[in-house]
Design a protein around this ligand. Sequence first.
Ligand code: ATP
Ligand code: MG
Length: 461
Amino acid sequence: MSAYEEQIERPGRLEELSASLGRPARLPPLKRLLPRGFMGRSVLILLLPLVLLQVIATWVFYDRHYDNTTWRLAQGLAGDVEVTLLLLDDPAMPQARVLDMAQDIFWMRGRILPDTELGESVAPRFGSILHERLQAALMERLGPRFAIDTVSLEKEVVVEVDLGEDLLHLEVNRKRLFSVTTYIFLAWMIGSSVVLFVVAFLFLRIQVRAISRLAKAAELFGKGLDLPHYRPEGADEVRQAATAFIQMRERIKRQLEQRTAMLAGVSHDLRTPLTRMKLELAMLRDSPEIDSLKQDVGQMERMIEGYLAFARGEGREEAKPTDLGDLLRRIVADAERGGAQIDLHIEQPLVLDLRREGIRRAVGNLIANAHRYGGAVSVRVGRRRGGVEILVDDTGPGIPEAQREEVFKPFVRLEESRNPDTGGTGLGLTIARDVARSHGGELTLHDAPTGGLRARLWLPL
Ligand SMILES: Nc1ncnc2c1ncn2[C@@H]1O[C@H](COP(=O)(O)OP(=O)(O)OP(=O)(O)O)[C@@H](O)[C@H]1O
Ligand SMILES: [Mg+2]
């Protein structure tokens, strides 16, 4: 066995790997909050700085620009109020004239309320820059003899000034205190972010699709299937990975074909001299030595037949969607015709891509073993560990833990069963594991709860 085979030989390794992909181990709390997909993460990487930038920009903007503008506007208004007051004080100017002017020029609707006391200012409950600035600007110009109300009217702000006995009531259009640029700026920020986000999202999707397709192709190849028309796509790095994968896939396919062809060739070529030997032996007179030689030649012949069958089985059988329960029922029926007693339990209907002949041989071999070396056979199938599990249990002596890997090697039979009566060439488990792995699955041996051996054939879904 090569070092490579030795390495992938570890029992249950593929099973572990596949299961760990489906069900992640427990993650630390922060990682659990983060998106797990590439798409989610990329969007987060993009979105987080964007939102941060916006928040900072908006904050700076409000702090500086908005504040500044509002202050200037409030100062302007305070100046206009002061001018109005000065004009009202001028005996040469009739009051009505002054109020008309204030309305036309300053956008302030005013009237004099005779014998009225100055009220309290009314401010918004959560405070506002506009209110504060206006208050401060008026204070600068007029001192404390005024009150403002920035809440009650929707389109106006009320400014009242104490004129001694009377009260000047002014309703100022809010537009005078309000800079639209604030909202235009915000709209631009949000609008441009949304556009950026959508564009990035669309581009990212293409990249993610390329990676997903590569993953899909690799996964299918692992199961012995092909993703038709798969070609490298997406960013350079993804293409590179895809090209490397395709080359690897071709190499593995070629290697498998070579191995199979060689196996078949050697087995076939050995058959001719063996047949000659058998003929020659038949012509010799009977003696104990000749008998034993005949037995050896017979065994060699069986081995070679086994190898040939193995090599043929590796041929290109296509995986097709198959009802596993149905297939198992048929395999079990065949085995029962051969005299086995089998208890079959199918937990739920399962349809998956299978090489039917391969599975028939693999499960058939497991059942034959259980029948031959065990006794009562039970077969159960169900969904487990992110795939499908077929368990073949028996009530026989089982296999000692230390030898459970050994028996998967070609032609290995345990000492007790060297007895030629039990037949067998020692290829059954080798073939069964090969079939399991060509589906991306695994075959392992365990203790059965019934006392004998449990063969666990796991296939990915
Ligand atoms: N259910 C079992 N209980 C006990 N021993 C077993 C069981 N299955 C297999 N073995 C042991 O493992 C060995 C290898 O099994 P394997 O199926 O590969 O070959 P085989 O049954 O001897 O021959 P073949 O299946 O090629 O006709 C067997 O010879 C037997 O000693
Ligand atoms: Mg066998």
